[in-house]
Ligand binder design. Sequence first.
Ligand code: CA
Length: 249
Amino acid sequence: MEAQHSARSSLSETKRKILVVEDEKDIRELVRYNLEAEGFAVVEASDGEIGLLLAARERPALIVLDLMLPGLSGLEVCRKLREREETLRLPVLILTARAAEVDKVLGLEMGADDYVTKPFSPRELVARVKAVLRRAYGVVLDKPHEVYEKGRLHIDFDTYDVVLDGQPLDLGLREFELLKFFLQYPHRVFSRGQILDLVWGQDVYVEPRTVDVHIRRLRQRLERDDANPTFILTVRGVGYKCDLDALEE
Ligand code: CA
């Protein structure tokens, strides 16, 4: 059962990995950000040589390939991908500023699957990526649901549903983020200042005691007896930590 499960999850992970070959850092990051927001894993290459290397090594599901690259051009990268057995059928989505190149790229010679012309909208790019994946693999790749389950607690990070002892909890957004934060770093002690930086963000000015207010609200929802908390613990003179054992009781 275990082996079967891990084989299935690694297959879906491979199908969600995208290689982005683009020398312009800003565009690369824009593409990565938007693909990651849709649950894709992104591998980046800043030139064609690295792109070819990663295409063979990382086994991405698709390549987003810029045509204008230093050294090996996007056209050459595409041609080499098609020459090699292991990347022969790898879907390629071309990024190009030159509409004149498009026919050549999509033709039999290069065999790219689709293209997006620069400047492009991130939304359009993501839609094209999904369409090419669907054509290539015949599946719609939904973003995997992020769920946390431990003892009495069940959280769906996509829908913000929190269930404790089978009862839905109505948490404010800040309490939800605090809870998510504590669960990421169980048993670690954080000062109020650290919690502010990591949950509220460094550029937001809030009084450290704001943390106490939200901790109190979180405890009122989560603790069986919020006067004697067992889950979100106060560490005197330091700050707070969470104790996951409280979820098992
Ligand atoms: Ca470029």
